[in-house]
Design a protein around this ligand. Structure first.
Ligand SMILES: Cc1ncc(COP(=O)(O)O)c(C=O)c1O
Length: 495
């Protein structure tokens, strides 16, 4: 039966409750706005009235049978999925749930090396064995991007026992891999395909965008509706289709990591965002894509700046490109993306999504106005004039990457005894933490991998280049496995 996407079952019931004047002898402690605070003066009492915990009639996210179930069915229908789960912990939580429910300890999962850190954390929690695929390294922009089909094919054929292939659709930079090709091959080899669609929630709503996970036939995907579709920050969904999904295991994994007090504001925002994107997405996306296209053309007329789009990425082995992203290479002016990011905020009140050494990234949605893009173009003209006058030498993008050798699984490394040593004393030791470098956005090492001299040289190279380094340990130290004590833990080998 056709679904009525004008209805918003959870939001409607929540609104009914907010207006019902019910005496709140339950949590939350703000008592539906009766306990005054500063935020209420600005956000309004209604926001607190809508922040209900679990009153009768509002269903239970852990095992929905009422309005959450109805809202989730509408969500699944809108995304072309069979089933949808609402998440209040972002796609971070979706990725944990997907990998943990698909891979048991010691089972293999094929994934790109430039995964979000939640995927590395999922390896620790599940005990899975990662088989990394090298992402495409874009030497002009200095970033790691999508996966080339051939690389994934090689990993699948070399690891016929892998349980799943994990794909990012699209990458942070908007580039899509050949997801349908990957799904077809993986399914032929009896592997599941799970998708990080944090940046792709809008894909199902226009044929002008890359194929969505469900259209490509993937088994599971997690989408950050808060990023590009307009729900509140932290609200995401996990969608599924097909016979390979074990819903009992998936549901219990989600419940393991979901709060038992999920925010009704987040859940309602998913419900209403679904309605908006369902009706407005197909109507407004062509206009948004045209605005983005015109903006790129205007930016390309500014001295020293290069806005890259579909033709650039297709030349760089992309399968498809999401044109709602605006990427501008700024380093030909002799300055970094980090400099421009700061300058646009400080001097022009523009908040960009991301900066890398060589580029800046603006993320658009159907909420983006023409005036926002005009503001960006005008601000970039000012930046270009200022730095062109200085006649700085263009920065030369360089990527250097050594793939580490794995010694043990991330989970074992996480549980092993550890010690801290200065980086220069870590050669041939086993890392017990992840060290991430942005750009190019690939972990230098993850827990369980051997720290070689080449890896330390790479780290030094990126430090010199001004990349952002993220790790647990700072100040020139690294957390490694304390091998002397580790042997005592051998009994736990099967964890
Ligand atoms: C590629 C990718 N995957 C997953 C996530 C996590 O999504 P969320 O912020 O919804 O938890 C992000 C967040 O930026 C991301 O960039």
């Amino acid at each position: 039966m056709e679904k009525d996407h004008r209805s918003t079952p959870f939001y409607t019931k929540l609104l009914e409750y907010a207006y019902s004047n019910t005496t709140p002898l339950d949590v939350p402690g703000h008592k539906l706005g009766a306990l005054h605070n500063d935020m209420m003066d600005v956000a309004g009492e209604m926001m607190f009235k809508l922040d209900a915990n679990a009153p009768r009639g509002l269903d239970n996210l852990n095992r929905p049978t009422g309005v959450i179930k109805e809202a989730a069915e509408l969500m699944a229908d809108a995304f072309g999925a069979e089933k949808a789960y609402f998440l209040t912990g972002g796609t971070t939580m979706g990725i944990l749930a997907m990998i943990m429910s698909v891979c048991r300890a010691k089972e293999k999962v094929i994934l790109p090396r430039n995964v979000h850190k939640s995927a590395i954390n999922a390896l620790i929690l599940s005990g899975a064995v990662p088989i990394f695929v090298a992402p495409y390294l874009d030497h002009e922009l200095g970033i790691a991007n999508h996966m080339d089909y051939k690389e994934v094919e090689k990993a699948i054929l070399e690891n016929p026992d892998a349980k799943a292939v994990f794909v990012i659709n699209p990458t942070y930079f908007g580039v899509a891999s050949d997801l349908k090709g990957i799904v077809d091959l993986a399914h032929e080899k009896d592997m599941m395909v799970i998708v990080d669609e944090a940046h792709g929630s809008h894909l199902p709503f226009s044929p002008l965008l890359p194929q969505s996970s469900m259209e490509a036939g993937a088994d599971m995907s997690s989408c950050s509706l808060h990023k590009t579709v307009g729900s509140l920050t932290q609200s995401s969904i996990l969608i599924t289709q097909g016979p390979r999904v074990d819903h009992i295991r998936l549901r219990s994994t989600i419940n393991m990591i979901q709060s038992t007090s999920p925010s009704s504001l987040l859940l309602a925002s998913l419900d209403v965002a679904r309605k908006t994107i369902y009706f407005e997405g197909p109507k407004q996306m062509p206009h948004l894509i045209e605005m983005a296209h015109q903006t790129r053309e205007k930016i390309n007329q500014i001295h020293g700046l290069k806005a890259v789009g579909t033709s650039y990425f297709m030349k760089n082995k992309a399968y498809d490109y999401d044109e709602t992203k605006i990427i501008v290479k700024v380093s030909d002016l002799g300055i970094t993306g980090f400099d421009v990011y700061k300058e646009l905020f400080d001097e022009h009140h523009i908040q960009l999504e991301l900066a890398e050494t060589h580029l800046i990234l603006a993320v658009l949605s159907i909420g983006t106005k023409q005036s926002d893009l005009d503001h960006l173009v005008e601000a970039l003209k000012v930046v270009s004039e200022k730095y062109s006058a200085m006649q700085l030498s263009p920065l030369q993008p360089k990527i250097k990457y050594t793939y580490p050798e794995a010694y043990t699984r991330p989970r074992e490394a996480y549980h092993a005894p550890k010690k801290y040593v200065p980086l220069n004393q870590a050669v041939d030791e086993i890392a017990a933490e992840s060290i991430m470098i942005y750009p190019p956005g690939i972990p230098i090492v993850i827990p369980g991998e051997i720290v070689s001299q080449d890896i330390l040289d790479d780290l030094d190279f990126y430090q010199q280049q001004g990349s952002v380094i993220l790790s647990d340990t700072e100040g020139g130290y690294i957390k490694i496995i304390d091998k002397e004590y580790w042997m005592k833990w051998e009994d736990d080998e099967d964890l």
